[in-house]
Design a protein around this ligand. Structure first.
Ligand code: 13P
Ligand code: SF4
Length: 307
């Protein structure tokens, strides 16, 4: 604990000196989420807060695509990512050239990209979405274009889960999240037998069979709200392990049944890394201006939709 307290103290001091805000995703471990995150939330909340922040530096306690999103929304701010190897299997599953190829095959079909993609991919797409607004975005862009088909990139499972809730036809890319694709409905069944009465919540990056076996699905913020509102006796969160770790401190009376997976990319962000980012300005996100401007159009189109 003294070692953690010393690091937190040093981070707070450097943060004031550097006029920095720390944006922490819900998958950050508790020592980051609870002790140094100024703003904590899901991908959508962090994108909105990055756009509003008055600090001149943003330290992104999250993965690379999140830091790029902050830079796209705040081109005049310095955006730092403590570890540039903090990637994402979804973002790595598709390139800008592959989106261009898809667009040439389906010229009159709008392309929706999940925010878990590179700036280069966002620049090729018509609108972004996150796991909290995917259905709204897909239906809004189809209505705007007057079409009944959309392309949704790159998460196969999120796209199929949206397709199950809309009359639209959704063309799917074969990307997946290495953390959420591992959950199975058999696992949910086994846990329900071992913990009768457990409420099961799943992130929409899980396969459809898992969502069908769950009681509720939603973005990390939606899962958090569900727990806050329902305060079940026992709950299983089918998502990254830090979600339960962070919620336990708010709800010590709830039994969090553990069957989760760690995201190796999120795990790369540490207190030492944040300290290094603030002390040495590492690692600054630099984007090509033309790509950033085009990517911003896709993000702004999403942010312009009602909450
Ligand atoms: P949220 O948008 O729900 O925060 O999810 C981001 C993510 O990377 C999930 O794996
Ligand atoms: Fe990407 Fe999955 Fe990690 Fe989220 S949990 S950052 S989607 S690999």
């Amino acid at each position: 604990w003294p070692a953690i307290a010393r690091r937190v103290h040093a981070i707070r001091r450097l943060q004031r000196e550097q006029d920095a805000v720390i944006l922490a995703h819900n998958y950050m471990p508790p020592e980051i989420y609870a002790l140094v995150g100024d703003i904590c939330g899901d991908s959508l909340a962090l994108a909105r807060e990055a756009a509003k922040s008055s600090a001149s530096t943003i330290v992104q306690a999250g993965v690379h695509f999140m830091a790029e999103t902050s830079k796209i929304l705040c081109p005049d701010k310095r955006v730092l990512l403590p570890d540039t190897n903090a990637g994402c299997s979804l973002a790595a599953s598709i390139t800008g050239a592959q989106v261009r190829e898809l667009k040439s095959r389906y010229p009159n079909v709008p392309v929706v990209t999940y925010v878990n993609t590179s700036a280069e991919v966002k620049a090729e797409c018509d609108i972004c979405c996150t796991s909290s607004n995917a259905l709204t975005v897909v239906e809004a862009i189809a209505a705007e274009w007057g079409v009944d088909q959309v392309i949704m990139l790159p998460d196969e499972h999120l796209a199929r889960n949206v397709a199950a809730r809309t009359h639209l036809s959704v063309l799917v890319w074969q990307g997946s999240c290495e953390v959420h694709e591992q959950f199975t409905s058999a696992q949910v069944g086994a846990i329900r037998r071992r913990h009768p009465g457990v409420r099961v919540l799943a992130h929409p990056e899980c396969p459809t069979e898992v969502l069908d076996a769950a009681d509720f699905s939603g973005s990390t913020a939606a899962l958090e709200r569900w727990v806050d509102d329902h305060r079940p006796e026992q709950v299983l969160l089918l998502t990254e392990c830090s979600m339960s770790d962070n919620l336990i401190s708010r709800h010590p009376q709830i039994a969090f049944v553990r069957s989760c997976n760690l995201c190796p990319h999120m795990q790369r962000i540490t207190l030492d890394g944040i300290l290094g980012a603030l002390a040495w300005g590492q690692h600054e996100i630099v984007l090509d201006d033309a790509i950033a401007v085009r990517a911003r159009r896709a993000i702004d189109a999403m942010l312009a939709l009602p909450d």
